[in-house]
Design a protein around this ligand. Sequence first.
Ligand SMILES: [Zn+2]
Ligand SMILES: [Zn+2]
Length: 598
Amino acid sequence: MSEENLYTFENEEYRKTYWHTCSHVMAQAVKRLWPETKLAIGPAIDNGFYYDLDSEKAFTPEDLEKIEAEMRKICKEKLKLERFELPRAEALKLMEEQSEPYKVELINDLPEDAHISFYKQGEFTDLCAGPHLDSTGRIKGNAIKLTQCCGAYWRGDSNRKMLQRIYGVAFPKKDELDEYLAKQAEALKRDHNKLGRELEYFTTVDVIGQGLPVLLPKGARVIQQLQRWVEDEEQKRGYLLTKTPLMAKRELYKISGHWDHYLDGMFVLGDPYDETKECFALRPMTCPFQYQVYLNRARSYRDLPMRLGETSTLFRNEDSGEMHGLIRVRQFTISEGHLVLRPEQLEEEFKGCLDLAKYCLGTVGLLDKCTFRFSQWDPANPNNKYEGTPEQWEEAQRVMGQILDDLDVNYTVGIDEAAFYGPKLDIQYKNVYGKEDTLVTIQIDMLLAKQFGMEYTDTDGQKKTPYIIHRTSLGCYERTLAYLIEEYAGALPTWMAPEQARIMTITERTNDYAWEVKKQLEALGIRVEVDDRNEKIGKKIREAQLEKVPFMLVVGDKEAENGQVAVRTRKGVDEGVMSVADFGKRIREEIDTKGRAV
Ligand SMILES: [Zn+2]
Ligand SMILES: [Zn+2]
């Protein structure tokens, strides 16, 4: 990289330094306008910056504009950012004098030997470790946008005070900002958390809780279609279906290692530490349950590979701050499978899992945008996060790396992203805002079979310990639905659309005919509704288009007389008048081929 490039926005470090400096400028602007405001923290983030503020005043959109204007002034003033350090006592004194209680708390939490540094620009001084740009003049004042203000608990702790977080973004050029804002506006149109609610796929309800979305009939129907399809596909590929309990006693999770390595992530029913009473926990994974299927009787090499599949509901106690629509949730349903196999079957079976995942993601239209991550452990094993010895991990990761290379998988490496029992291939996907999450995972596990006493009698009569692959084929259905809504801007492919066709009457005289057509199409397994309201046909068509119904069938006197329908698609294509039978063939073909053209 040439030296020049270090100071471009392409360079993440420079970009974050730029945004972090913006957060100081924003805090300075706020203090100028409302001096009694208390400052908490103001970092750069992946797409801009924020500052958490404590103020009696609730910041309105008009206030954000005022702050922006003040920020532009500060940029014009070209104030130098000067770093200085203070001993702890003086640092505390300075922040107490400025009556900044949050900064005082931050200093008190710094380790005894920490260098306590401040940055000063003009009249404004902030506790900060840096780094920053050297002058506020480096920031392009008219390319800053404060995007929103929302509540945020001090230190993310719901027992502490709720502060106000102002988010912003900035670029070196005005047209770059404009381009970014236009992209964001476009993303918002596809955002499943907005569109999915408007289209009535799902909702969330305060009294049920955060991260616990309610699927409405349309969303539930889509997920049902996906589940049936995946279950059938797995059956074709030799999977055995299981149906295991949603909870188990603490003792099961002790064997699996969840109790030692995953307790914080589980919903525990009862006191986890009171050993005198029975204690249950909702399952965060299906593995220990499906292993009991294997353990149901003695197994020999002839039983292997054993492929177990389940449409499995899981519970994970994630931080409420992490919740997002259908993507980050606390209860979800996943096509979860475990393959028990002889070591020499590992590569072949791994290949089968990858093939299944690619087939599923390709069919729904998400594969092209997926990336692959080889998720490895962190040899430092922070907080006893991982089960097993370094030698076992080296071996599992060596084998997995070999398999990925053999299969020509183009992957990045994620350190400290492994499961606690083994390395993973994670298939990653980004939402409309560019935030990445795991969609599908395939994991190699050489540890858990032993812990559960799983064995098989090999060809030589010896008892041996099998390997296990943990895998999903489509990923959690809620998250997949979210990505599908975003990918298709709500216009899901016909085969999975909750309503595949809508019959619309031009006149009341054709109402009976419309209901008759519905019956005929339903007999072909098509999900079809009738709109026979006394409304103009233009309005009916517009509404169906907004609701992203793939096919609109208009029926007037002539169509009723000839047993026909006039066919339009949601994209506005006029497919002409055809018999009901012909339309039935037309849409059946679209569904049966899982087409994505309409
Ligand atoms: Zn700073
Ligand atoms: Zn598992």
